[in-house]
Design a protein around this ligand. Sequence first.
Ligand code: ATP
Length: 232
Amino acid sequence: MESILQLKDVSKSYGGKKALKQVSLQLGAGKIIGLLGSNGSGKSTLMKLAAGLIHPASGTVQVGGMEVGLETKKITSFMPDRPLTEKWMRVEDAVLFYKEFYADFDAAKAEDMLGFMKLNKRDRVIELSKGMNERLQLTLTLSRNAKLYLLDEPIGGVDPVARAKILDAIVNYYNEESSLLVSTHLVRDIERIFDEVVFIREGEIVLQDEVENIRLKHGKSVDEMFKEVFGE
Ligand SMILES: Nc1ncnc2c1ncn2[C@@H]1O[C@H](COP(=O)(O)OP(=O)(O)OP(=O)(O)O)[C@@H](O)[C@H]1O
C-alpha cells in the first residue's frame, strides 16, 4: 500500500497533559478517511502534526514518504479552524491571497466552488456567519491541488441541511488521486463519505478499518460502532 501519512511511535504532550501516546498509524493514498473521536481525544493534535504546525516530542511523522517539513507542506492542504485571512478582506481578496501564496492553487476550481457554496465574492470575510466561513475555508483548502487534505471538524458550525451541502462539495471537489483526512465527532452525518475510519480515544488509536469491513464483519454502521467503542 502506498502510504500518504505515516506516524511511528508519536507522542505529544501539552504541559503535563498527554495528547498523543505512542501513536503509530499508516494511511493509504486515494482515500477519504475519517478521524473519529470524542472531544479532547487528540484529533486536532494529530492533524496539526501532519500539517507541520506542531512537532512531536518523540516519534516520526511522514507525508508522502518525507519527514514533515517545508517539502511536505507543499503537498498538504490544511483547513484551519480559524480563518487565515486578514480582517479587511472580502471573499475575492481571500481567494487572491491563496492564489498568490500557493503555487498549486486552482483558481478555476475556486470560482466554481464559490458558486456551489453560494458565497458572494463581495462579502467581507469578517461579516460571514460561522457556517459561511466554514464554506469559505473549505473552498480555499480544496482549491489547492494537494496530495493530502486535512479537514479538522469541517461541519461543526453548520446546520444539517448545510452539512449535506458541504459533504457534497467535499466529495465533488476532492481529487481522487489524493487523500483526505477528516476529523469529526459528528459521525452519523458524515460517515457516508468515508472509505476508511480511524477511532482515537484519549490519545490512542483504538480501531482502523475500511468502512465496508465494519459493515460486513460487524453488521454495523460506523456510527453504531462509534457509540459502542466510545460508550455513548
Ligand atoms: N494548546 C494546548 N494547551 C494545552 N492543552 C492542550 C492544547 N491543545 C490541546 N490540548 C489538550 O490535549 C488533548 C487533545 O486535544 P485535541 O485538541 O487534539 O483534541 P480533539 O480530539 O481535537 O478535541 P475536540 O474534538 O474537542 O476539538 C486535550 O486534553 C486538550 O485539552
